[in-house]
Design a protein around this ligand. Structure first.
Ligand code: SAH
Length: 407
């Protein structure tokens, strides 16, 4: 029996009494401090989905399994290294030894220690175009990539590795990585999400390469929207349920899950951990309905308090992602959108389009030189027929593709 027998929800699981199927009297959960009892099951199910996505090709699956194995090994090594450090005699490793003997062992929900936002930042630093001498600590082997083509190639996707490359070799490697990043980026922005998903699922290394390049780009910005959202959402009530649509490497989840928030993270490719594979422009695997024909409503069955779309309205059919955001948000829930300023053809028309989907603008922040931040609130709206949706979903050209310059 399905967990939620409501439109848009397709993940089968145990029946749950609180959101039982086919009843209009189900309990509404508008208070973030009181999560629905089935939320834990939902999170558990999504974790399984992250590793067992049936749409993933065998080639991609084997890649993902290997990557997950590597992550486990890395984590075990880090753990061993930490144990060794802890057992060093006091004069050699004073602070750590003292800390270790006094601090109780705190288990994080499942975030691998090496994957903290700090680690991500360190990786960016090690992959930037600074001279090789500043990255002496990075000992990974050099990739052998020879062209920035979009097809799978035999090179490892360790874009950030510098190993024993000379400065010239490294400059050439960075230039190729940059070209490949820009090519993947362009493909993502100039196509519908279905094509982007197919491309990424066939070769998940593309996803990794894209993100290595993406991190290099945002590193040169004064601030990164995801860091802004980490800071803002950290102040929300504990157990706020956040859906991160187009989460990339899941920075939001890695920062907020240890702080008791529930972050449901979706992107084109799963990382076998926090990130569940989904094309957010066509369907987000979370509960929620769009209401009933002829009625004005906020739909029902939702569990999400806040949706974040940080630089992720990429595909030409991005209005579909906003439609999904509305469907999965509780009434009064928040939608946070960050987008690159140069993408907007007409900000007022963008806001009007989101208004037609059922979002009321709460605030707009244009103070940043690189991106704009919008806060919307989900409001009830009149049910729409598919032909009305078509008029909305084809307005993707309100946002231009973001073309990163050669640096
Ligand atoms: N929000 C993250 C990542 C931004 S990069 C951050 O701010 O750090 C944009 C992300 O959106 C990419 O990871 C890309 O794969 C994802 N994305 C774009 N279109 C998508 C779609 N249709 N479905 C799921 N993810 C999508």
């Amino acid at each position: 029996m399905p967990l939620f027998d409501i439109p848009g929800w397709s993940v089968p699981s145990e029946p749950v009494s609180e959101l039982s199927p086919n009843t209009k009297k189900r309990k509404r959960h508008s208070d973030a401090s009181e999560p629905p009892a089935n939320l834990d099951k939902l999170v558990e199910h999504l974790k399984t989905a992250a590793t067992n996505d049936p749409t993933t090709s065998p080639q991609a699956r084997s890649f993902l399994e290997k990557r997950a194995q590597k992550k486990r090994e890395k984590k075990a090594k880090a753990h061993e290294a930490k144990k060794e450090r802890i057992s060093l005699p006091k004069p050699l490793h004073k602070a750590t030894h003292e800390e270790a003997s006094t601090r109780p062992h705190k288990k994080m929900k499942s975030a691998p220690p090496a994957d903290t936002p700090d680690a991500a930042v360190a990786e960016v630093a090690s992959s930037s175009t600074k001279p090789a001498s500043s990255k002496g600590k990075n000992k990974r082997t050099a990739p052998t990539r020879t062209s920035p083509k979009l097809d799978a190639d035999d090179a490892p996707s360790e874009s950030s590795s510098s190993g024993s490359l000379t400065t010239l070799q490294k400059a050439m490697r960075d230039s190729l990585d940059g070209a490949r990043f820009r090519l993947i980026n362009e493909t993502l922005y100039k196509n519908a999400s279905e094509r982007a998903k197919g491309m990424m699922q066939e070769d998940p290394r593309m996803f990794e390469d894209y993100h290595a390049g993406f991190r290099r780009q945002v590193q040169s910005w004064p601030t990164n929207p995801v860091n802004h959202y980490i800071a803002t959402l950290s102040r929300y009530p504990p157990r706020t349920v956040i859906a991160d649509l187009g989460c990339g490497d899941g920075a939001l989840a890695r920062a907020l899950v240890p702080k008791t928030f529930t972050v449901l993270s979706f992107d084109l490719v799963s990382d076998g951990g926090y990130v569940v594979a989904a094309d957010t422009c066509s369907h987000v695997p979370l509960p929620g309905s769009e209401g009933t024909e002829g009625e004005k409503s906020a739909g029902e069955g939702q569990v999400v308090d806040v949706v974040v779309c940080a630089l992720s309205l990429m595909s030409t059919n991005w209005p579909g992602c906003i439609r999904e955001a509305w469907r999965i948000l509780k009434e009064g829930g928040e939608l946070k959108v960050a987008e690159v300023t140069s993408r907007f053809t007409d900000v007022d028309r963008f806001i009007a389009l989101l208004g037609a989907i059922g979002f009321k603008l709460k605030s707009k922040d244009e103070s940043n030189s690189h991106f704009m931040l919008f806060e919307f609130k989900k409001v009830a709206r009149k049910w729409k027929a598919e032909k009305d949706w078509q008029a909305i979903l084809t307005k993707g050209d309100l946002l231009k593709p973001c073309e990163y310059k050669r640096r």
